[in-house]
Unconditional design. Sequence first.
Length: 238
Amino acid sequence: MDALTQQLVSAGSTSISNVVLQNFRQLGMTTDELVLYLLVKQNNSTKVLMPDTKKLAEQMGLSEKQIFGLFHQLIAKKLMAITSQAINGKQVDGYDFTPLYTKLDMLISNQETQSNPPQPVKNKNVSVARLTRQSLFSSLEKEFGRTLSPIEMETVSQWLDLDHYSPELINLALKEAVLNQVYNLKYMDRILMNWEKKNLKTAAQVENAKKNSTRSSKENGLNNYNGPDIPLINLTDQ
């Protein structure tokens, strides 16, 4: 057995359903995202452990930052999610491609009920939402001075999709965190929750509340003065 044959046998093979190949564009996947999906999944189930991004970067001829960017996009497109599973008594993070197959199932069902395969719909709102999400990721990475982890990306996505915090509100929370020199999402999450309890849903409402609080503090500071009487002196008197 020559070296090539031995390597082919020992490396195994990666199988992918033709349904995925035929519809990856309709799912919203780019070619790079499809290749990344193949490299990460290989013969694993829908759930895989966190891969070696350095190795993936070498295989795809990209930088590690670009690899993280592709993972960001897959999560933003709801084709992948962050998962956690117990291995030897320890919780280990990984990627779950179940959302991709859920979306694929819906796509195939729609194709079967229509005479013509559905064409990709150019939805301006979806494009804007995706751009906004990527903009938030970029702002956070710039202020934190590092690349966001997959868990952090999922947290930001939950703020937008589940908590329905506006991008402006999240950016304002980021500004508060930076001013206090606290560079993590947990601190920002506490800020956002505090505003939510006060029913402050927009950046304008937060700014007005801060102004009112400052004005009230100044007024209370004057009204609560308990020191000695300060005589008024007319400097024009001789």
